[in-house]
Design a protein around this ligand. Structure first.
Ligand code: ATP
Ligand code: MG
Length: 418
């Protein structure tokens, strides 16, 4: 696939066959693809990485990717894995067969029963994510997809926070694309609570499902913002008094008095026919779990490796950032200490010097101080370690390395000017 998104390279990472372009959003292109090993259909969301290369992804982004990966809920599009090249990051997603909910509403508004069914599924997904500290922040009909049974699948959970991070110039900010869903407190630009913002947007969605049009809609965008800010909207004549009352609780322009997820679940209009979804306890995780112990996971894939890779130098996972440096990464079941012992033993056999790094890792040098290769180890789980070997095709002499390259490769020596 080239940078313009043409499907020229049909096979991605030897694993996924790209089939068709499904659509394009503010910051990404989405393709339908097939997992060549399992035959499973997936959606692949490709995002440009221009801005990431400069500073590397922040800890916050790595943490978010890792958390998003662990969202398992029947009404949330699963993220199977994340892959990267030098220029792009690819999210491999569960494929939603039924298309967009938006396409269905466009054909005709839903009755209250159907509107409630989808709204209940949306709130179930929100409740699950919010309790795990993940907020959507870009909820809109276009992000509500359907599966083969025409049940809801919310997509892009956590992605807006991520794109804020990796598109720091703000030019392609997702929020610019969807002003009709913006909560008043975002317009006021005073900082906001992700949970409250999602509830506001869910109110816009419920209104639109039942009315067939958006509550705040004006050709003049400033007039529309004024309406949103005041929270003034009119319900259509076919809306029941119970739903009207409920919509006013959702679309309360004051975030402090706006209804909460718990209160929504207790509302008589909402509760009708609601079946609580029990998520598998083994899928559950708390934010604290993540923060307290990032080494506890006992399964891994490329997603985790990217999330844990040092400095998130994504380019090194696929191609080498510098043609003279060869990077190999692999997961090992040996303990980091054992890997270091083995590297040291082999190096000493070859009369090379082993210099231990401050973190888990070593530099292997010739007696004259030329660096031959470096080994970095990251403990991923109790049982697994990620080993990164960096070898130079030409010998690294400390004085030949720029300070940045040296630092990026973990060298701690003093560098003399040649
Ligand atoms: P935004 O960039 O604000 O999210 P968007 O939701 O319109 O805007 P994308 O999320 O990039 O854009 O998605 C583009 C289109 O690709 C969607 O509208 C949808 O039709 C399709 N799509 C996205 N994810 C999937 C998926 N998991 N399964 C099937 N189709 C998908
Ligand atoms: Mg989207």
């Amino acid at each position: 696939m080239d940078d313009h998104g043409d499907v020229r390279e049909k096979i991605l990472f030897g694993k996924y066959e790209l089939q068709t372009l499904l659509g394009q959003g503010a910051f990404a292109k989405v393709y339908r693809a097939k997992n060549l090993r399992t035959g499973q259909s997936v959606a692949i969301k490709a995002m440009s990485l221009q801005n990431v290369q400069k500073g590397g992804l922040t800890e916050l982004v790595k943490r978010e990717i890792s958390i998003m990966h662990r969202l398992h809920h029947p009404h949330i599009v699963r993220i199977f894995e994340v892959l990267a090249t030098k220029k792009k990051i690819y999210f491999v997603l569960e494929f939603a067969e039924g298309g967009e909910l938006f396409a269905k509403v466009r054909k005709g508004r839903f009755n209250e029963h159907l509107s409630r069914r989808y709204f209940q599924q949306l709130i179930s997904a929100l409740s699950y994510c919010h309790s795990r500290g993940v907020f959507h922040r870009d909820l809109k009909l276009e992000n509500l997809l359907l599966d083969e049974k025409l049940d809801l699948k919310v997509t892009d959970f956590g992605l807006s926070a991520l794109t804020d991070q990796i598109q720091p110039d703000g030019l392609l900010h997702t929020r610019c694309g969807t002003p009709a869903y913006l909560a008043p407190e975002i317009l006021a630009n005073k900082g906001y609570d992700g949970a409250k913002v999602d509830i506001w947007s869910s109110g816009i969605i419920l209104y639109a499902l039942n009315a067939g049009y958006l509550p705040f809609n004006d050709r003049n965008i400033m007039d529309m913002y004024r309406q949103i800010y005041k929270g003034t909207f009119r319900c259509s004549e076919w809306t029941s008094p119970e739903l009207k009352r409920f919509l006013h609780r959702l679309l309360d322009s004051n975030p402090n008095t706006r209804i909460t997820v718990e209160q929504i679940m207790g509302d008589p209009w909402f509760k009708k026919g609601y079946k609580h979804i029990h998520t598998d306890a083994t899928d559950c995780f708390g934010l604290e779990d993540y923060e307290d112990n990032s080494t506890q996971y006992d399964f891994l894939n490329a997603f985790d490796i990217i999330s844990f890779a040092s400095g998130l130098d994504l380019s090194g996972l696929i191609g080498s950032p510098d043609c003279s440096i060869v990077v190999e990464r692999f997961v090992s079941a040996e303990s980091p200490e054992r890997i270091i012992e083995e590297v040291a033993a082999k190096a000493e056999e070859g009369r090379m010097t082993v210099v231990r790094k401050k973190d888990l890792g070593v530099m292997v040098e010739r007696p004259n101080g030329d660096i031959i290769f470096t080994v970095d180890i990251h403990r991923l789980t109790d049982k697994l370690a990620l080993q990164t070997n960096k070898r130079c095709t030409t010998v690294w002499r400390p004085m030949e390395l720029s300070k940045d390259t040296a630092r990026a490769n973990g060298c701690t020596k003093n560098y003399r000017k040649p």
